[in-house]
Design a protein around this ligand. Structure first.
Ligand code: GTR
Length: 337
């Protein structure tokens, strides 16, 4: 059924192609109408969702409606693990996911999942816009086990801890709190090194887990904290900014290989544009989300540089365990000024 959605309606596409003045001599593929199925864990209006929908409009305009994107937002197709699996088999074409769950699939990507690897969000954006960003997308595409094509990066700001128990005023306050982390051992180790008790869990299960007290808290950027309504059940938010993880837009390799070279180039082009467009949307949404949660009475705490340094020092065991294999790349990341 999914396959039918992707390359179905070729009759309509052919009619469209002919109406558009194309000759019947063109390869059949170039004339097929394709609805690319895209998904995201976030709801409509979220910066990543909006950016992909805008990509779809551009594709429609550029191809006279032959290529389009159908968005399935808000975890309609499951959590990120399921999204990746469906993209890998070609059951959907475009998935917007965090680099977090991609690390276990393509190990090199894990360098972006290391705590405090970026100085700040502008540093991360400079890295993904530059040669390292391109290399990492190419590595994802070239990796046989990924079964995905890396299209572009998106901004997800910095992740900070929130919980339902007490304000985190210093690293000591994290002690013993059960904090949900994304499914990647680096994150669980990071939370444990910070003194909390890291628990891996899908984003799709998190609201309930917070509400029922299965976990005391989690960590995320302001837009996810706000749009996931987590602030309603975990009202203490402290700007630890321990992880700055870019998001990634991937395309199913199985589906990609069925596209014409021209369509591949067009999708690559609108994806690159989406990388910049999403960033603007992101910055606006981040400010709005902060505003929303503060107006709802959330206590947002920040740290002095000295207090922040305690968090950075505490994750040394994580760097000792995973960091050495990425040493050369980390150096190049640090050299990006
Ligand atoms: C969000 C991110 C999602 C997902 C989620 C999580 O910031 O946009 O892709 O990774 O975090 O915590 O699982």
């Amino acid at each position: 059924m999914n396959r039918r959605k992707f390359i179905g309606q070729s009759g309509a596409g052919l009619a469209l192609g002919l109406a558009g003045g194309l000759t019947a001599g063109l390869p059949a593929l170039a004339q097929q109408k394709m609805v690319l199925k895209a998904t995201d864990v976030h709801p409509l209006g979220y910066p990543t969702v909006e950016a992909v929908e805008r990509m779809g409009k551009k594709l429609e305009t550029a191809t006279g409606g032959r290529l389009s994107i159908q968005m399935y937002p808000a975890m309609q197709l499951g959590g990120e693990k399921e999204m990746i699996e469906q993209a890998q088999v070609g059951a959907l074409q475009i998935a917007r996911i965090s680099v977090g769950p991609m690390g276990p699939i393509v190990d090199e990507l894990n360098v972006f999942n290391m705590p405090f690897v970026f100085r700040d969000v502008p540093h991360m954006n400079k890295v993904i816009d530059g040669p390292i960003g391109t290399e990492m997308l190419d590595k994802l595409t070239a990796s046989p086990q990924s079964k995905l094509v890396g299209l572009c990066w998106m901004d997800a700001g910095a992740r900070s801890v929130y919980n339902s128990k007490k304000p985190i005023k210093s690293i000591d306050d994290l002690k013993g709190l059960k904090i949900r982390m994304m499914g990647n051992p680096i994150f669980v180790d990071t939370m444990n090194a910070l003194g909390g008790n890291g628990i891996a869990m899908g984003f799709d299960q998190l609201y309930n887990a917070l509400q029922t007290g299965v976990v005391d808290g989690a960590e995320n950027n302001p837009p996810s904290y706000e749009s996931g309504k987590h602030f309603q059940v975990a009202k203490y938010y402290s700007l630890t900014e321990h992880l700055i993880i870019p998001e990634i837009l991937v395309f199913s390799r199985a589906s990609w290989d069925k596209l014409s070279k021209d369509d591949q180039a067009l999708i690559a082009k609108v994806s690159k544009e989406a990388q910049q467009e999403q960033r603007k949307l992101w910055m606006e949404r981040e400010a709005q989300s902060m505003d929303t949660v503060k107006k709802a009475g959330i206590e947002v705490l920040s740290f002095t540089p000295d207090q922040k340094k305690r968090f950075q020092d505490a994750v040394k065991p994580v760097w000792d365990k995973y960091g050495s294999k990425y040493a050369a790349l980390v150096q190049r990341i640090q050299d990006v000024k």
